[in-house]
Design a binder for this molecule. Sequence first.
Ligand code: NOJ
Length: 572
Amino acid sequence: MRSLPKLLSCICLSLALAAPALLDAQGFDNPNWWRHAVIYEIYPRSFADSNGDGIGDLNGITRRLDYLKGLGVDAIWITPFYPSPQVDFGYDISDYRAIDPQFGTMADFDRLVAEAKKRDIRIINDMVLNHTSDKDPWFIESASSRNNPKADWYIWADGKPNGQPPNNWQSDFGGSAWQYVKARNQYYYHEFYKEQPDLNWRNPAVKNAMFDICRFWMKKGVMGFRLDAITSLFEDVALKDEPYLTGPEAGLNEYGEKKLRHIYTDNLPEVHDILRQLRQVVNEYPGRILIGETYLPNVGELAKMYGRNNDELQLPMDTQLGFTNHFSVPDFRAKLKDAETRLNGNVPLFVFENHDNPRSINRYGDGTHDAAIARLLATILLTPRDAALIYYGEEIGMVNHDPKSRDEVQDPVGRKYWPKNKGRDGERTPMQWNAGPDAGFSTAAKTWLPVGGDYKTVNVAAEEKDPDSLLNYYKKLIQLRRENAQLRDGDFVSVDESNNNVLSYLRKKDGRAVVVSLNFTASPQTVNLTGKGVSGRHAKTILASYANPGNTNDLSNISLPPYGAYIAEVQP
Ligand code: NOJ
């Protein structure tokens, strides 16, 4: 496990804003607020615990809204807080119209929405349409017999004549995706844990019930939904076996099973019909948006998620860029260009971290330059033409704190496959607010997951005081993309394309350009941008991730330290 070294001691900032503040463009009532939004993902168990039970809650989030306002976020996406047996920590919902008591009450939720609104912060709910909990009354009824009113609400099938599951489909969490139920003498399909049965989206009653749930939350002021596992809504009706991968992709998955090509369980065309209908529902309420959890194989499939007539998701997550997981200028350049040119002018939603993947420093860090790398990643996230997702703690440089023994593991997948797969606890540890007990997250004797060992130095309070901290670098970047017309919505233009060490691009608008240069190597680099797609000779420094970049630079000779990021206005 790597830890983030002490943050760089001095980061120089020179804010030369190209345009006056355009706060109206960020106003709550602007229906296009999401186009260059910064959306902050909160895993509520781990963000802030207001009642001292060791588990974060809604009132904890409300108390921290001023922090989020100070950071500059436009919206917060909160992972599921509905009543749930918590087998998959909320992604197994048993009541879609209520609040799990461990997170608070509906009154707490309403207060959170109202207080957030006062600060121009929108609330985005996580909506799990693909499956429910097996304790949801819908499933309990469905599982009780073959002829009850909800008998067809889930994916039920007979076993093979020898009693084996209907086909070879695998659960994402290992093992067969089918579970036997005696009362029906049938199997049900579950893409995730067996406690998460998949709904039957071919049944219009399921669709109508779910759409009404979405309306219920929008009426409460929720400004949109992050759609969980949205590409998985449909399965092949004939229940055909999936083929095994061949060629270089073949092999065993992390659970030791032969890998399948998921052509009958993922990304079926019918998903788009539902997204179009759901978009109509969302359009009933102004300014509401749909974000998708869209792990897709390529940019072509991602483009389809916006809909042929821009009538599906506003912001399907672009997981191509942030999960590259190695520094390669050609790879990042290609993915940024794809996002600019192959999404039909739509806005990509870039993401480097979430609650299902190791923290970005664990994937991109080299153990020596991690502080610089964290700033570099922040710059790639926040300076292209995009909407940006920040996962709580990313802005202070939190790293994974993986469990040290199987007994400590909370995530069932980690318990089952320890030590090969340690589960997702490591990226879900409590937010590090200060250097006090429980890192200021809670007052409990024991928190649901232990606080990361680096919390004495990596925490909000320490970084707020340090003008050169990663947190303050994030704040400056967010402020900049809000106030600088080029960075806010200028075109993205890749330049200096023969350079494989430094990634450079322009953001252009109204005849002006801002240049961003990013050193992807552990050695100092000098770039010459003149005549390489950049018309100008000088660079007026706006922001740099390192000390002493100078106020102006010659565009033919910009020096970048290892993993340094430089942002400047192009001048004649
Ligand atoms: C994706 C969620 O992000 C993940 O945490 C969850 O386990 C699965 N979907 C199942 O809901």
